[in-house]
Design a protein around this ligand. Sequence first.
Ligand code: GCB
Length: 597
Amino acid sequence: MVPMKRAWMILAAAVSPALAGPLLQNALNRHSISLNGEWHAIVDSRDGGLSRRYYRNADPFTEPGVVEYDFATAPVLRVPGDWNSQWPELLLYEGTVWYQRTFSYHLETGHHAFFHVGAANYRAQVWMNGEALCEHEGGFTPFDCDATSLLKDGENVVVVSVNNARHADDIPARDFDWWNYGGLTRDVSLMDVRAAYIENYSLQLERGSATRISGWIKINGAGPQVVTVRIPDLQVTQTAMTDSSGMARLAFDSAGLERWSPERPRLYAVEIASGGDRVTDEIGFRTIEARGTEILLNGRPVFLRGISLHEEAPNRSGRAHGDDDARILFGWAKELGCNFVRLAHYPHDEHAIRLADRLGLLLWSEIPLWQAIDFGNAAVVEKARQQLNEMIERDRNRAAVIFWSLTNESRATPERNAAVHQLAATARSLDSTRLITAATNQISRPDPHTMLLDDPIIADLDVFGVNEYIGWYQGLPADLDTMTWRNPFNKPMVVSEFGGDAKQGFHGEADQRWTEEYQENIYNHQIAAIRKLPFARGLSPWILKDFRSPVRQLSGIQDGYNRKGLVSDTGERKKAFFVLQKYYQELAAGTEAASGR
Ligand code: GCB
């Protein structure tokens, strides 16, 4: 006889769930029920939940009546939300937490239901009514699982285990300079679609054109289908037939189109219908191109007045989510005078991207290929490709997003160069309408006064970001005054990071580290240097707000926070905030004067 305990291990292995299914575009506007709210939660620091069959809320280890856990009486975690900031004992927790909730549902005949998770950091497994549904890896991109066959009419139980342990072959890998917030950090819902449903679509202004919109709609379901696209404000009604792979392609002129821009972020209501399935969206139309060292927005040079931003909640710690957090963070960026935000270092919440569409903020969106990634491992490169794919599939219709960024500060090894080359090709094949970028700190210094921007991956990029910390990690702020920057690639550059730590309220001389005056001094010298660079087409200094990082341990100054924010973790502006604001006001005034407004 197989000993009891082993029998459960065999059972656990046999219920290994399938990978998540196709990603459905525009989850936020689908016909759905929200599963946000309170979920019962059990912390599983020993990873015993699988063999104890937590997914069935049954305890096979004991006699009936001796129950060692019960979701019904377990405490609750709010979803969306990280677990670290909800229970004090989980602040530093890295391991598994099981989530469970019930919901009632009635699925109409002929419909499909997808269980949607906006993000679960980092690995997630889902069970519906005790049966394995799907699993997903990657903490910042959504996944959808077809739950149709497992749903019951009436009461249903869903269980999700989420694990945020760090591993060398994860993305990001073991070390990173931000808090490893775990849990169901974004919206969870159940979407209802027809048997033949609109899976994804792309509608974009063609490069070089002011009026021609082209795109495709992918229908998942049998047989040829008619697809209709309506844009009422442009008097557009277009129909197309799907081909054998379910793709319907269309291209049309839209006389009278008002292009999306930061100054006038015009969005159009768009309706897509096929069979009984129907999706509505709000889409802005604009072009973005690189020519020589210029970035062209709607055919005209644009200078990116930016700031970098972690997805950390304003005025409290914890992962930011939803409209309200994004509105405050983007509000600070707007107050600075920004027209551009670098979303560091992973795809942010879809709510934030959509808000940027409405506010007129250009976005840099990146996957977490941060510093020490094992590029020699083909499985890791495949994970990168998956996250890139999910980021692009989710946000491909957002006018705000102008850059897909492939990596941040990875070391220039042949394996990394080859991987970035492949990822750039993948990104372009998925979306030919945006620009490809990456942030590099692999800068040669042929002499102390020269920065040679010669990272080989720049050859694969349309625009390149340079992270440099002159005045903080390298030398003194005044070193910038005599620095020559050489750009052998004749491509536009964005200074994607610079900065230094300052404890808000700590004052001293301009040469005293950790003071607001020292940080201010860095900003003064950096801005003077960037003003002189003809190929600098923007900047996104590091960073808008102080953010939690377990590697920042200087007592009395850092206390677990990276202090390079222009705004403190409690929302106070530091002196450097006003230096950057002044520069951006000048630039904005110059742009307006140049455009005759
Ligand atoms: C960097 C990284 C960023 C860090 C920052 C710092 O170069 O890209 O993730 O947080 O420096 O503060 O050291």
